[in-house]
Write a protein that binds this ligand. Structure first.
Ligand code: ADP
Length: 289
């Protein structure tokens, strides 16, 4: 398998590459990850089962979409494909450093500039995945409807399918029926969004350059990215200060962030079960009253 991947890297880069002994890297949630190197050249390779190749194709396209915005550094995708029963995605390998305050402040500024890259419609040109769950991106002109149907509604249906009925569904239905009230005077720009920007999906290079990776790209309300930075642990204060200086958040974010993070908590319920059920219901309670 590593011969095939090396050959594909050679074809994609136009330079012979023949490493055969990968070094496993820990830390990913969904995929196995490896470093593959030959001399100075080093790649970061993710693998999964062959049926996940479209997930890798969408991740590669998402990284390219962000790269095209020329606002923030992402690992550049070299190639993706399948060999036997394995799907693979090969990215430029990036060395992360300790990262000081300067790096996270720059991250805030650059993310704000990325969010100023906009589209005419919400969604994207392809569906992708959030974690291992399908994420719908059918283009839409109406943000509230997009969030209701393609984000919360989709995850709620999946939860019902996974056996989470009862209170979760009853509260969810009430929330969806009344969702417009969160968007009074709020028609956000369709901003290029990372889509999965929890604190595990950024790094700072030793020279201070911020990098974001593992995206679930689409065009939507930039507040969704900011909300997710706060969901699992939060980012350093310097990040938020720099973002606010560059592109201040609108009033109403404080309430909407719970509505936006509910999507990720429902996704975690669908992926991992357990305690995310009470967390999701608690979030719905605060939104309903
Ligand atoms: P998964 O898709 O399984 O969640 P990630 O893309 O989040 O995997 O990568 C797992 C870990 O590998 C990250 O937390 C990060 O530390 C590291 N990593 C991600 N991309 C690169 C890269 N291009 N170069 C080096 N390390 C990386």
């Amino acid at each position: 398998m590593w011969n095939v991947i090396s050959d594909r890297i050679s074809e994609a880069t136009g330079r012979r590459f023949s490493a055969q002994h990968p070094t496993p890297i820990g830390g990913g949630c969904i995929n196995a990850a490896y470093s593959l190197e030959q001399g100075e050249r080093r790649y970061f390779v993710k693998t999964n089962t062959a049926d996940k190749v479209s997930m890798f194709a969408a991740e590669s396209a998402g990284l390219q979409e962000i790269a095209r915005s020329k606002t923030i550094r992402v690992p550049f995708p070299a190639c993706h494909g399948t060999t036997g029963d394995t799907a693979f995605l090969v990215l430029e390998h990036i060395e992360f450093g300790k990262g000081g305050t300067g790096g996270v402040a720059e991250l805030g500024r650059q993310l704000a500039r990325m969010h100023r890259t906009t589209s005419d419609t919400y969604g994207w040109r392809m569906d992708n995945t959030i974690g291992a769950t399908r994420q719908l991106n059918t283009p839409s002109n109406q943000w509230a409807g997009f969030w209701r149907e393609q984000r919360l509604g989709f995850q709620l249906q999946l939860a019902a399918h996974n056996g989470y009925g009862g209170n979760l569904q009853r509260k969810g239905e009430r929330l969806l029926a009344d969702i417009d009230r969160f968007f009074v005077n709020h028609e956000p720009a369709a901003s290029l969004s990372h889509g999965d920007l929890w604190a595990g999906n950024y790094g700072i290079m030793p020279d201070g350059t911020p990098v974001i990776f593992d995206p679930a790209v689409y065009y939507g309300d930039r507040e969704t990215d900011m909300a997710m930075t706060e969901l699992f642990g939060g980012y350093p204060a310097a990040f938020y200060d720099a973002y606010e200086d560059e592109y201040p958040l609108n009033r109403g974010y404080a309430v909407r962030k719970t509505l936006y993070n509910l999507y990720h908590v429902l996704n975690h319920l669908n992926l991992f079960g357990g305690g995310y059920l009470s967390q999701a219901e608690h979030m719905m309670d605060t939104l309903l009253y």
